[in-house]
Each structure stands twice: as structure tokens, then as C-alpha cells.
Design a protein around this ligand. Structure first.
Ligand code: UDP
Ligand code: MG
Length: 311
């Protein structure tokens, strides 16, 4: 009998968990010949999430949970879930029902008998999202796909069902700065894409502020492209050629007309421009350096406070 592990990262989701559990058990009850396991990862919630999950685990033996010692972020929660999942197939989904559980049978079919290793979902629209946010999201996907060899699919969600071998290959990527949208694609394997329209949260509110998303997008770029590093060399070369032209121009003008003391405002502009470009380049270097720094410390991706999983 096949076993599907459902990994559910939860951060302050006391309201959403009971609704989620009701819906997912409806789906699992309808799938014959498949065993289910739920791995709830409590990502350092400040509300009653931990009690709610523990309550479920007492009533249902297939409910496993991992409680982090603090908030480590969804990326860490997904990693912890995968490390502790025992199923032949692994599903990752949000607890807020923005990822419809009704798609699981179709995803399972695709991976079990459709020749795919992964069935992933993507939003086909961005309804219910602020205009400015969609605009930035689109720009981000355009940019990163332009400068990175790894394909990052626009609108792809973390909601996906994967085969054991794909999960194991993801686990082998134990980097500290995790950007799953890139990692899922980097490991390869055939992915079947299933599109659906955006669904609003069942309860609670989103944990993503604009600023958090912005930082996450920088993580993605730094994690999956080194193009920004080449940018400073390119700017240097361009400025070098411009300055050669400038030097020739000034020498010729001096010889023909004299009066080289003019040009204060233009000089200030040039100094500001070049200074700005230099700071930008140092900033880019700094981004890569800081990621390297954190990576070399080899800190654990998460720390468990409590769990009911025996290894
Ligand atoms: N989440 C988490 N740790 C965090 C932030 C979010 O485990 O630091 C979980 C959250 O509980 C939810 C999922 O990640 O199950 C997606 O979060 P959210 O719904 O806030 O994101 P959105 O759907 O708005 O992108
Ligand atoms: Mg959500």
C-alpha cells in the first residue's frame, strides 16, 4: 500500500488548522488503497497552534508534529517536514486551504502512473492581490529567469506532490539559504503543472509583508544567479570607455580653444555617478559575501523543541 505524507507548515494558524484537518481527511478517506500521514510543523507559533496540533495527534495516530524552538520560516519548516516524512510520496501544502486538497488525487495519479516525479500547482491569475504586488512579482520572475539558468516558474506554488527519489534529492541540498522555488526546479525530474485560480485564505491572515517578500526575492536571485556579480565589471568597462572619449574630448578642446577650468557642475555629476556605481557594486558583493558567510557557519536549518516522531 502506498503512503502519502502531507507536510503542513504552520505559523500562528490556530484558526485554520481544524478547518484544514476536516477538509484533508475528507479527501484522504475517498482515496482507496492509499495510506496517509500528516506532518504538521509548528514554526514557532505564538498562539495556540501547538496545543491544537497536539490535540489532533492525540485523537489521530497518523498525525505527526514537529515543534520548532522559534520561528525559522516556511523554508525551514518544509525541510524539516521532508526530513521526517516516511511516505513513498510527499505532499507539501499550506494550512490555509489556499492549496485545494481536492487536487491531491489528480496529482497522485500523475506521479504514480503518469510518468512524472512531481505534480506541482501554479496560480493562473493573481486575483485578490494588490496591484503593486503583482507588478513587482511579474518583474521579479522576468528578471530572475533572464539571469538564472534555473527556471523559476511564474505563479508556481509550493503545493506539490513528489516521489520519494525527488524528495531525497531535495534533502541532499542542505544549504542554509533556501529558496525552494529554485531548489524544486534545480533537482530536475519531470513536473506536471496543474493550474488553478487563486483562492482566498480560509482563516487568519497572510504572514508575508511586502518587505519580507522583497528580501525573499533577493534570496532567490543571490541563490540562483551570479549575474549581478558580473554587473560591476560590465559597468566598469563601460565607464572606462566613456572616460577615454572624455579625455580625448578635453585634450582637443584645450588645444583648440583653451579654458579648461569650466565644467564644475558636470564634474560633480560624474563624481556622484561613479561613486554611486561603486557603492552599488560593493553592495552586490556584500550580498554574496553575507550569504557565503552564513553558509560557511553550517548552522542547522531548524531546531526541534518537541515532536512525536520516533526515529
Ligand atoms: N508559514 C510558516 N512559517 C512562516 C510563515 C508562514 O510555516 O514564517 C506557513 C503558514 O502557516 C502557511 C504557509 O506557510 O501554512 C503559507 O503562508 P501564508 O499563507 O501566510 O502565505 P501566502 O499564502 O500568503 O503566500
Ligand atoms: Mg496562504
Amino acid at each position: 500500500m502506498d503512503k502519502i505524507s502531507v507536510i503542513v507548515p504552520c505559523f500562528n494558524e490556530e484558526q485554520a488548522i481544524p478547518i484544514f484537518y476536516r477538509e484533508i481527511t475528507k479527501i484522504s478517506a475517498g482515496m482507496n488503497g492509499v495510506e496517509f500521514e500528516y506532518v504538521f510543523v509548528n514554526d514557532g507559533s505564538k498562539d495556540k497552534t501547538e496545543q491544537v496540533i497536539r490535540g489532533l495527534a492525540e485523537r489521530d495516530k497518523t498525525v505527526k508534529y514537529i515543534s520548532f524552538s522559534r520561528n525559522f520560516g516556511k523554508e525551514s519548516a518544509m525541510y524539516a517536514g521532508m526530513e521526517n516524512a516516511s511516505g513513498d510520496y510527499v505532499v507539501i501544502m499550506d494550512v490555509d486551504l489556499q492549496d485545494p486538497p481536492a487536487l491531491i488525487p489528480e496529482m497522485y495519479e500523475a506521479v504514480k502512473s503518469g510518468g512524472y516525479d512531481c505534480a506541482a500547482t501554479r496560480r493562473v491569475d493573481r486575483k485578490g492581490e494588490a496591484r503593486i504586488r503583482s507588478l513587482f512579482a511579474r518583474a521579479f520572475y522576468k528578471l530572475i529567469n533572464h539571469i538564472s539558468q534555473t527556471e523559476i516558474v511564474d505563479g508556481a506554488r509550493d503545493f506539490r506532490l513528489m516521489s520519494r527519489r525527488m524528495v531525497d534529492s531535495i534533502l541532499s541540498m542542505c544549504e542554509y539559504n533556501r529558496f525552494s522555488k529554485g531548489i524544486f526546479s534545480w533537482v530536475g525530474f519531470e513536473t506536471k503543472w496543474i493550474g488553478y485560480e487563486n483562492i482566498n485564505r480560509s482563516a487568519g491572515e497572510t504572514k508575508w509583508s511586502f518587505w519580507k517578500l522583497f528580501k525573499y526575492s533577493i534570496d532567490g536571485i543571490v541563490g540562483f544567479s551570479t549575474a549581478p556579480l558580473a554587473l560591476s565589471s560590465l559597468m566598469g568597462i563601460i565607464l572606462f570607455f566613456i572616460s577615454i572619449v572624455g579625455i580625448i574630448f578635453i585634450i582637443v578642446r584645450q588645444l583648440l580653444y583653451g579654458g579648461s577650468a569650466y565644467g564644475w557642475p558636470s564634474m560633480i555629476c560624474v563624481i556622484l555617478l561613479v561613486g554611486g556605481l561603486q557603492l552599488l557594486s560593493i553592495g552586490i558583493l556584500g550580498q554574496y559575501l553575507s550569504k557565503t558567510y552564513l553558509e560557511t557557519k553550517r548552522r542547522p536549518i531548524y531546531i526541534i523543541k518537541e515532536t512525536n516522531i520516533e526515529k
